[in-house]
Design a protein around this ligand. Structure first.
Ligand code: UN1
Length: 513
């Protein structure tokens, strides 16, 4: 079976009977609930893992708090050195880890390896960052005074990650948090806990080799209860959550109620605009990768295609000829470009959305079938769908985490396309294909795309780690990964120092007896 047994052994996940790991120590109190994880690719059981209890959670948090006391004393560049070692270990394990990502989650091997590459890249980024955690210095209005700001470690960071990027999104958070001096508690998706276990085994070796305490990196396998405990816990100053808008609204409300910090990276409803000035060959390639890559299960997946009337028929024809040729099948089989959906619930959402959009007046142009027969026995493989629709349809307004691309026609100027693109509640990723500078600049202007990510002549998905990743509106407003996203993992402190013999007050206030 594609050598998965050996992969599991190599990664140390062949025998799992624990609900959490505080760095070095694997544990878990008795809990009847066991998760049996089977692959969406072939339905075979990969492994079992215990679901954590509230007592397990308590153990993890107290261990993390203890570890924070040690970790924050390690100078930032030395913390970077640990992250460098983690990056090197990930390089060593890239093959098996990428394979397990592919097998447990269902993305094609190329993308599984790409995901591990993102982890390696963010490690490199964080190593450099560990020497650049800068604040500003300001000029005081008072003589012989100095003002500056410092960034101090925050404490315990909770990381709730989703199944679709089961390890990369954790690493964006955990590696930045680590160089910032924070410790992290990772609650991976219940659908993909085994890759998290594998990563923890890799981390554990680095911690052990460096004689570092338990709890700098913890993983806890749990359900929504653990997510709620993390969100409500005042000992966790920052909760970073990636997933659906529904989940994010809950987490955000609970974290907000205690005035904690929430970093939310939620649903998208990403569009590509194709204007009459587009290079269509490039545009079509970008649309295909964006719409059917990862079987439509990226938060940056292209869900809407907004095409000018002049090129609409041409674009439609090209997609109609490409879609039936998509190689769909086992993601570890070379040559396949579309793997399965994560489970049959996801397949149901797919078929339901297609029925709903047709009831609203949409036209299914191609695809939409649930595949059956040899190789497709799991019922998780679908033929990506192309649907002619209107932007205002309820179905089009929602994010369905599956490969459905809505074709929407616009007329007139690029402003009309931008209005459609912005006319949804989500605001993650967006892009325009045009060689006309006036159009592309209009798209990037403040009156243009309202998304956190706006691209020109590349698609909506496949962002690099160097940029800040996230979006506006219902996408949650958080930024992860590159640029100065690290700031949210630290607490800012403004320091004013008086080295004079006087005590002048700010604003020139006189206050003498
Ligand atoms: C996600 O789907 O949650 O831009 C993250 C991309 C990837 C990350 C996606 N680098 O598509």
């Amino acid at each position: 079976h594609h050598g998965i047994g050996q992969v599991l052994q190599e990664l140390g996940v062949d025998a799992i009977n624990a609900a959490y790991s505080t760095g070095l120590q694997w544990g878990g109190t008795s809990n009847e609930r066991i998760l049996s994880i089977s692959s969406p690719t072939d339905g075979k059981l990969i492994g079992k893992v215990r679901v954590a209890t509230a007592a397990d959670y308590e153990q993890v948090v107290t261990t993390a708090q203890e570890a924070f006391k040690t970790w924050r004393l390690v100078p930032a560049p030395k913390r970077g050195e640990i992250v460098r070692q983690i990056g090197n270990k990930l390089r060593e394990y890239k093959e098996p880890l990428g394979k397990l990502v592919s097998y447990e989650m269902g993305k094609i091997l190329q993308e599984g390896l790409g995901e591990v590459q993102e982890m390696i890249d963010i490690c490199d980024f964080a190593v450099g960052l560990s020497r650049q955690l800068h604040g500003y210095t300001m000029h005081s209005e008072r003589p012989a005074h100095r003002m500056y700001e410092q960034y101090h470690p925050l404490g315990v960071v909770g990381i709730i990650s989703a199944f679709n990027f089961p390890v990369a999104v954790w690493s964006w958070n955990a590696m930045l948090a680590a160089v910032c001096g924070d410790v992290s508690i990772w609650k991976p998706s219940e659908k993909t806990p085994l890759v998290a276990v594998a990563v923890q085994h890799i981390i554990k070796d680095v911690l052990r080799e460096n004689e570092l305490p338990e709890g700098i990196f913890s993983v806890i396998v749990g359900d929504a209860e653990i997510g709620s405990l993390l969100s409500a816990d005042e000992r966790v100053p920052l909760v970073s959550a990636t997933g659906s808008t529904r989940m994010g609204k809950k987490v955000g409300a609970v974290v907000g109620a205690r005035l904690g910090k929430a970093l939310l990276e939620l649903g998208g409803n990403n569009a590509i605009i194709i204007t009459p000035h587009a290079d269509l060959d490039m545009a079509i390639r970008a649309v295909l990768f964006g719409a059917v890559g990862t079987a439509g299960q990226r938060c940056t997946t292209t869900r809407r295609l907004i095409v000018h009337a002049d090129v609409y028929d041409d674009v439609k024809q090209r997609l109609l000829s490409a879609y039936p040729k998509l190689p769909i099948g086992h993601p570890l089989q070379e040559g396949n470009l579309v793997g399965p959906l994560i489970d049959t619930d996801a397949v149901q959402s797919f078929t339901k959305a297609l029925a709903a959009v047709q009831a609203e007046g949409g036209t299914l142009l191609t695809g939409g079938e649930v595949l059956s027969g040899p190789g497709y026995e799991t019922g998780t493989y679908v033929q990506p769908a192309l649907v002619e629709a209107k932007n205002e349809y309820h179905t089009v307004q929602e994010e369905t985490f599956a490969p459905i691309l809505y074709l929407i026609k616009y007329e007139g100027t690029v402003e009309n396309a931008i209005e459609l693109q912005n006319g949804v509640r989500q605001g993650l990723s967006s892009s325009i294909f045009s060689l006309n500078m006036r159009e592309t600049e209009a798209f990037l202007a403040h009156t243009g795309s309202d998304c956190g990510i706006a691209n020109v002549n590349i698609g909506t998905s496949g962002a690099e780690i160097g940029g800040a990743f996230g979006g506006e509106k219902e996408t949650g407003g958080g930024r992860e990964s590159g640029s100065d996203a690290w700031r949210v993992y630290m607490r800012r402190q403004t320091n004013t120092i008086n080295y004079s013999t006087q005590l002048p007050l700010a604003q020139g206030i006189k206050f003498d007896i």
